[in-house]
Design a protein around this ligand. Structure first.
Ligand code: AMP
Ligand code: GLY
Length: 429
């Protein structure tokens, strides 16, 4: 079958790499893709939110399946666009419609969904600009740290944790009244702080049945030892030692099943990924957030651990035939390191020539994120430039392979964390 992946990051390169291995995969395209996806697929110069052009491309190339990588086109309604057009409605798609994508697109929507379905999550209240006085009164009753969340998509920057009531009041005013995040902070949630360790759980569902993909731990802060500002993710590890069989059983029973059931009860025909961001609080899972897509860089650690024909599972999810399907997971460990531009997540320069890009691929996988072909060179084009995934029989071996390859790549200003997975090496469950 012919497949189109939408997106241009490391996640999409990892998805393309995995999908390409399926015997069912004929032509594989990525729109717009990057120089990494060009190694396994054909790139198509169409932007992820140009639905009309994407639709026409699908017709021209007889695309059977569309896999949507990032959240923006989902929240903007790419599925609804395809479903509304009789010529496109027969094309299979992995990715929910506009309403399902609100699980990620609106934190107020997802909080109400969790409360309604008894899914464990931090206690929260939502306020708008006209409720500022009530928000202040509520903050006066909260014990810091106090978590403030912009309701809408804010490029991963919309969560602010305040260490005092006074600071929380200043921040919420900034968000609601001064529109710090534009329309995304027209509503703000004031949320209880959860103290624990985070885990990313990935579910592929057809709206009725589901498979749970390998879990991962993301490293969000820029600096070693989880210091400095938040980023899109500086590395990932899979499996995760504290995601024990018993813990994952609780996640499945207390989070995954009620989530799928809740979507069904609400009449939301959800076909795609649900990325559950969890906090493990003393062995109890709490949902921090849902995303309507896979994680980045988690996908780059998760895909190498899937043994099954992933395309077969994607098609089943898109068709509604996941019932009875299982997923075979490699017991080996994967460690992914994000190589980023100097200055990221703040300002950084682009266009630096990347050297050492062709290391021994039996030692680690090199996924492209923010790269660009410039004449005969591949140059940096984004904050997160490459993701290196090592695999091994132990966490240690996977780390060594990933770091060995990362150490052979160079460009002016290159930075990466040196401690991905280190906290889990001696973790006592
Ligand atoms: P989100 O955008 O919802 O994933 O939040 C970004 C980050 O803020 C999360 O990855 C957590 O590290 C942190 N965070 C969000 N909500 C909470 C909470 N209720 N308690 C503690 N940390 C939180
Ligand atoms: N790495 C976290 C995310 O993709 O949202």
């Amino acid at each position: 079958m012919n497949i189109l992946i939408i997106g241009n990051g490391g996640r999409e390169h990892a998805l393309a790499w995995k999908i390409k291995q399926s015997p069912q995969c004929d032509k594989l395209y990525v729109a717009p893709g990057n120089p990494g996806t060009a190694q396994v697929a054909e790139n198509v110069a169409i932007h992820a939110d140009d639905f009309a052009k994407l639709g026409q491309f699908c017709l021209d190339k007889a695309i059977d399946l569309v896999v949507v990588g990032p959240e923006a086109p989902l929240v903007k309604g790419i599925r609804d666009f395809f479903e509304a057009d009789p010529k496109l409605s027969g094309i299979l798609m992995v990715g929910p419609g506009k309403i399902g994508a609100q699980l990620e697109g609106s934190k107020d929507f997802s909080k109400q969904f969790m409360v309604r379905n008894n899914i464990p999550t931090a206690k929260a209240r939502t306020f708008q600009a006209q409720d500022l006085e009530q928000a202040f009164d509520y903050i006066a009753t909260c014990k810091p740290p106090i978590v403030l969340k912009a309701d809408g998509l804010a490029a991963g920057k919309g969560v602010i944790i305040s260490l005092s009531q006074a600071e929380a009041k200043a921040v919420i005013k900034e968000m609601l009244v001064n529109k710090k995040f534009g329309e995304a902070s027209a509503k703000v949630l004031i949320e209880e702080f959860l103290n624990g360790i985070e885990l990313s759980v990935f579910v592929l569902t057809d709206g009725k049945d589901y498979v749970i993909l390998p879990e991962a731990k993301d490293y969000k802060r820029i600096g070693d030892g989880d210091t400095g500002p938040n980023t899109g993710g500086m590395g990932a590890v899979s499996p995760v030692v504290f995601a024990t069989r018993a813990f994952m059983k609780r996640v499945e029973d207390e989070v995954v099943k009620p989530t799928i059931e809740g979507l069904r009860k609400d009449g939301i025909d959800y076909k795609g990924f649900i990325f559950v961001g969890l906090m493990n609080v003393g062995g109890t899972p709490y949902v921090i957030e849902y995303n309507a897509r896979m994680g980045d860089p988690e996908t780059q650690a998760v895909m190498p651990r899937i043994k099954s024909d992933f395309l077969d599972l994607l098609v089943a999810a898109a068709k509604g035939t996941l019932k009875g399907k299982t997923i075979e997971i490699d017991e080996q460990h994967a460690v992914t390191i994000a190589l980023v531009s100097g200055g990221y997540p703040g300002e950084y320069e682009k266009g630096k020539v990347i050297r050492g890009l062709h290391p021994d691929h039996s030692r680690a996988l090199v996924f492209h994120a923010g790269t660009k072909q410039h004449q005969e060179h591949v140059v940096t084009e984004g904050g997160r430039v490459l993701a290196i995934s090592g695999k091994g029989n132990s966490l240690n071996e996977a780390r060594e392979k990933a770091y060995e390859t990362a150490g052979k790549i160079e460009w002016d200003g290159l930075y990466f964390r040196k401690d991905i997975g280190q906290d889990l090496l001696n973790y006592k469950v």
